[in-house]
Design a protein around this ligand. Structure first.
Ligand code: HEC
Length: 411
């Protein structure tokens, strides 16, 4: 905040002298178009998850004030990791200079400028160096029109006949207007009966699942990866790969939102890259208090604010690397963090989220892996506001809560 204030008061090298008589110095072409193309148009295009397009002068100019407000408040582009905790790959946050440019454009009445200055660039796209397998929902699925939140799990065959490592993936939502987030879980042979029973018991394709894949103990779920709009998936970092046995399958949890009454069904796909060998076998490790899971140990009293529950455990098994971090709560979550306290007291912040939004869960890839050694303590901490008249505890329902960190570990 202080830095931003200093910046805002510094002499502005970009602005023309007040009496120069030239055209306004911040225009759509050359100034605003590149920022919006690179940071916004991945979602704000016709039919995109952003709900309205911001990909042309005609669509963006009437929104100039709202755009400046949204970026100044850092609501847009959505990115929940607080600055200063750690550095992450693919951080789309706008620089203070870009935010200032969008405000100046709005203040100047959203001038168009000269089309000859157009140099929009391109939104970031996620690509895999190689696509080895493409998994697809078993059937195209349509959430009912007007339904806000439909959490569906689908069991998908795993095509490989020998054990491999998954070394990267990319989610391809079939109908981007409907798909709010996707989480992929490994379904090992030992869990397949339970998943098949869930599938059989639900008359629609797949089964309803919330907060996990629907297992009787959701903390047993083995994560493979997650995607939310704007999230860029690709190759796993630092030569890591997640072991995948031939007799496992994959469960895809898709969160559909059909407020708009879209009728085109969704056929989400997951492209996967596999490898026989990897430098560092890795696992997605959930981090949570086993005592919370029976639904009695994580009280969030009715009509309360700022209830915090934390769980810390010392590493007793040796040195490992943390490559990614993500946090998971439900609708009442307010803030959460994951951190390592090293022996001697130094701390590594892995991820801090101060304005939790259930709709913007994603995996944050650390620019540099964090090494955890024997004796270091890993903590997950969550804080909730509960304005309802019901006491809330750990559970699967939309009205229940969770507090879960997940990290990609390698040894
Ligand atoms: C990852 C997808 C995504 C990206 C990237 C994104 N938006 Fe959005 N935006 C949304 C969604 C979805 C909404 C609807 C409100 C919500 O769910 O938060 C929205 C809402 C808005 C709104 C209206 C509500 C508000 O918070 O003011 C504005 C203005 C906006 N976006 C501007 C932008 C701008 C400017 C950028 C780029 C700097 C951007 N968005 C990038 C998805 C995105």
């Amino acid at each position: 905040m202080l830095l931003f204030a200093l910046f805002a008061c510094a002499p502005d090298a970009d602005s023309a002298p007040p009496d120069s008589g030239v055209a306004p110095d911040v225009a759509w072409y050359g100034d605003v178009e590149p920022i919006l193309t690179q940071s916004c148009s991945g979602c704000h295009v016709a039919g995109g998850v952003g709900g309205f397009p911001l990909d042309s002068y005609a669509t963006a100019a009437p929104m100039a004030g709202a755009i400046a407000d949204a970026v100044e408040a850092r609501r847009m582009p959505p990115w929940k990791a607080v600055e200063g905790c750690n550095d992450y790959e693919g951080d789309p946050s706008l620089s203070a200079a870009a935010i200032k440019r969008l405000r100046s454009w709005s203040d100047a009445g959203a001038p168009e400028g000269n089309a000859a200055d157009s140099a929009p660039g391109a939104p970031p796209s996620s690509v895999l160096p190689r696509v080895d397998e493409t998994l697809e929902l078993p059937v195209a699925y349509s959430p009912a029109a007007g339904v806000d939140d439909d959490y569906r799990c689908f069991l998908m065959d795993w095509p490989r006949a020998e054990s491999t490592y998954v070394t990267g993936y990319r989610m391809l939502p079939g109908n981007a207007a409907l798909v709010h987030h996707v989480i992929a879980y490994i379904a090992p042979a030992s869990q397949l009966d339970e998943y098949r029973a869930l599938d059989d018991a639900d008359t629609d394709p797949g089964w309803t699942c919330y907060g996990g894949p629907g297992l009787s103990n959701q903390a047993d779920a083995e994560w493979l990866g997650a995607w939310a709009p704007g999230g860029v998936n690709g190759e796993f970092p630092n030569g890591t790969g997640i072991p995948m046995r031939a007799d496992s399958e994959v469960v895809l949890q898709v969160h559909y939102n059909n407020r708009s009454g879209d009728t085109e069904p969704d056929l989400t796909k997951m492209e996967v890259m596999v490898s026989e060998e990897v430098e560092s076998p890795a696992y997605i490790q959930p981090w949570t208090n086993p005592r919370w899971l029976d639904g009695s140990g994580m009280d969030i009293p009715a009509n309360s604010e700022g209830t915090t529950h934390s769980f810390s455990l010392a590493d007793t098994w040796g040195t490992f690397q943390v490559h990614t971090a993500s946090l998971h709560m439900h609708q009442l979550g307010r803030s959460a963090f994951l951190e390592v306290e090293h022996e001697g007291g130094d701390k590594s912040c892995l991820l801090t989220i101060e304005d939790w939004d259930f709709n913007w869960q994603r995996t944050y890839v650390l620019s540099e892996p964090v090494t955890v050694k024997k004796g270091d303590v890993l903590t997950v901490s969550c804080t909730w506001d509960n304005p309802t008249d019901e006491d809330v505890n750990w559970g699967e329902g939309t009205g229940d809560e969770m507090c879960l960190g997940t990290m990609l570990f390698s040894y």
